[in-house]
Design a binder for this molecule. Sequence first.
Ligand code: GZL
Length: 332
Amino acid sequence: MLNRRNFLTAAIGVAAAGTLAACAKEDGGTSGSSGGSKTITLGFSQVGSESGWRSANTDSVKSAAKEAGYNLKFSDAQQKQENQISAIRSYIAQKVDVIAFSPVVVTGWDAILNEAKAAKIPVVLTDRSVESDESLFVTLVGSDFTDEGRRAAKMLEKVLEKAGHKGPVKIAQLEGTTGAAPAIERAKGFKEVMDADHADDWKIVVSQTGDFTRAGGKQVMAAFLQSNPDIDVLFAHNDDMGIGAIQAIEAAGKKPGKDILIVTVDGVKDGFIAMSEGKINAIVECNPLLGPQLMEVVKKVHAGETVERWIKTEESDFMQDQAKDALPTRKY
Ligand code: GZL
């Protein structure tokens, strides 16, 4: 995963990647095109269709590729790493110009990324990052998930104050997909603030993955309520798990947003609807509309230009009383 420490290494890697792309262009390249005016062919491997965020992200990638006039080869991995690896390998065999993907988990990519490097096909990460040799990919277009975790904790402070909560805070955490960058980093950021500012009053009493799905959120929250009926707060790593949890909370005869305060991440329309109904107390936005930025980067990378190592997305945070006004202008 990208951080300041290995930024310089990455910069050298970028120069190398840029040279590779340029070489590919100079010698007719082994990539799908020899540059020039030929249509860019982009191979894209998507995580799956597990959440409203993912659907919006897929729509953004497909519409932006169409707008850019690129030949898009798109695959849905159904949240399985082996499917992503197969898709990337087929893009290499098809000699696409650029490969982009959102890695379902952070580890296990070095082999396939080295195959892309050997084929002189530049790789762009979108949405999620990887724990790989940083020279094996050109850039990441996506959010700072650790900061989203910090923001979630800061929003919880406001929610607790607004609710007039006094004393200890028992927190249940619905984690994203095990091993995925957003799950690892949102938990890390939230814990940073908790350890620094709330070591004596906040406690995560139970934490488990709901795999970013509504069904997972509902099932795990029901189990949480059995083992920890006195939970004060739910921090869910995405809206979909929060929405599933709301169903379990109501089935247990409790009021979501009142008996159990809820903070989630993403900001999809259904999350805002739940917030406008008083069932979610705050949402940390994670912008899925990465398509236009991704296509801009693909164009530069294909031309052998150097790009920033991390192209971050702009995001906001919303309290419950902002939901109704924000809903009409939400784009996803
Ligand atoms: C975050 C993205 C996560 C979303 C989930 O950028 O990878 O995956 O938060 C989605 O909704 O499933």
